[in-house]
Design a protein around this ligand. Sequence first.
Ligand SMILES: [Ca+2]
Ligand SMILES: [Ca+2]
Length: 224
Amino acid sequence: MKRFAALTVVALAGVAQAATTYNDSINDLHSGANGFGNIDIKSVTVSHDATNLYFTLEFRSSIAGTADWGKYQIFMDTVAGGRTDNAWGRNIGTGGRQNDFFMGSWVNGGGGSLLYSAGGAGWNNIAGSSHDLSMAAAGIVKYTISRAALGLTGSFHNVFFDVTVTGENGGDPGLDHLSNSGISSPDWVGPNSTPGNYLLYVIPTPGSLALLGMGGLVAMRRRR
Ligand SMILES: [Ca+2]
Ligand SMILES: [Ca+2]
């Protein structure tokens, strides 16, 4: 349902810069983690312009001060092939989806992000991502990712993605997944967390919206 909602918003808005908001359940963490609003995804809003993709992550409560320890990840499946693991060795399930880009980020110590592209032998760190923590006290962090870095400079792209949260350590599972409105991990440690269906963000170009709607539906059906 989330995929169809995303397409509808883009088509109705009629402009390439339309922002699409993807909501997640709140209080959908395992019982030991559910008290921490800084690791509970509330929504993710995606938009783009000619140069960048923009991701705004909103959490249930502040991600500033003592609530700055969560680690946030963005997985992107943009083309065929890719990797089902991630560059940080976290136990985050992709449901078999082969991602082409992974961004890992932190919000302590001023925050930061690292962007990686999938290679045959592992992940390659590349330039192209930045962060904005000016609204951290409101539970919001914004990321800007270069379209050129992602190879998304054409007039039409399907970007399947998931946003996840983990603790600080390698092996930590995805405590919350944007794609999963239920509990994605039963504990702080453990095997890969459980995603739902990846979300879809469509990069259109003005003037091709009629084709965009048809192309997007065809692409979705092929993937099912
Ligand atoms: Ca959540
Ligand atoms: Ca892929």
